[in-house]
Write a protein that binds this ligand. Structure first.
Ligand code: DGL
Length: 271
């Protein structure tokens, strides 16, 4: 049986936090990373733009390199694009949504912080998760545009400005939350800095391991999971420039780079 192939999509480098969990759980699965760095950040854009860009890029890539499964490793995109993608693609599509349910199960003081992009924080999808799984909790929401940029900059080798970060997440400190949902896949990449500025937070909850379990289940169900530990390198395509220090970052996350292309596809015009 051939190696199963999984496409991991994000607006930028955040989806690498999910790719790292997928790789740790299933090292022989061949991952292709696709990032719309020319359209980044999605957190500031309209739903229509996000849907049109995701669908166009993912369909184009799949026409060239078919995959067995697509992971939309971006909360901001997943809250709006999953129905359109599932309607058009013949393979399973797994989305990432803020891990409010596991966070509510962990919180001891019933005060939860939800940290996400400005778009994700105000989407009905997120509100619905809160009502369903954390109705008994006090919720402090922060949707700050700086965090994804600081995470991208960190990947490019620049330090996260801790004073600005502390200011951005101050509402979580003021609310006394003991648990924070990292509702954007970029945020696990700056978890250490977040923990430094919010030392009283006990639990940091992201979706990486849950996504890896879901992908494993779906590949298993489709009888596509192969045993064996031949490790596949990860190819990566960026609609804009390739982030600086990309390969170093991959190595730090336990991943190995295969072919890496920037400015893909030639002549891609934003819808
Ligand atoms: N990684 C994306 C997410 O999980 C970042 C969104 C953005 O581009 O603003 O929401």
């Amino acid at each position: 049986m051939s190696t199963p192939r999984v496409l991991v999509f994000d607006s930028g480098v955040g989806g690498l936090s999910i790719a790292a969990c997928l790789h740790a759980a299933m090292p022989s699965v061949s991952l292709t990373y696709l990032a719309d760095t020319a359209g980044f950040p999605y957190g500031d854009q309209s739903e229509e733009t996000v849907i049109a860009r995701c669908v166009a890029l993912i369909e184009r890539l799949m026409a060239q390199e078919p995959v067995d499964l697509v992971v939309v490793a971006c909360n901001t995109a997943s809250t709006v694009v999953l129905p359109a993608l599932r309607e058009r693609l013949q393979v399973p599509v797994v989305g990432v949504v803020p891990a409010i349910k596991p966070a509510a199960a962990l919180s001891e003081n019933r005060r939860l912080g939800v940290l996400a992009t400005p778009a994700t924080v105000r989407r009905p999808y997120t509100e619905d998760l809160i009502q369903r799984f954390a109705a008994d909790c006090e919720i402090a929401r922060v949707g700050h545009p700086g965090l994804v940029r600081w995470a991208e900059a960190k990947v490019g080798g620049r330090p996260v400005p801790l004073a600005e970060l502390a200011e951005a997440v101050r509402p979580l400190a003021d609310a006394g939350v003991d648990t924070v949902v990292l509702g954007c896949t970029h945020y696990p990449l700056i978890r250490d800095e977040l923990a430094q500025v919010l030392p009283e937070v006990r639990y940091w909850v992201d979706s990486g391991d849950a996504i890896a379990r879901r992908v494993r289940y779906l590949l298993d169900e489709a009888e596509r999971l192969v045993d064996g530990c031949e490790v596949s390198p990860m190819n990566a395509r960026f609609s804009g420039p390739v982030p600086r220090e990309f390969e170093t970052v991959l190595n730090g996350l336990g991943l190995r780079a295969g072919r890496v292309d920037g400015g893909w596809p030639e002549g891609f015009a934003p819808p």
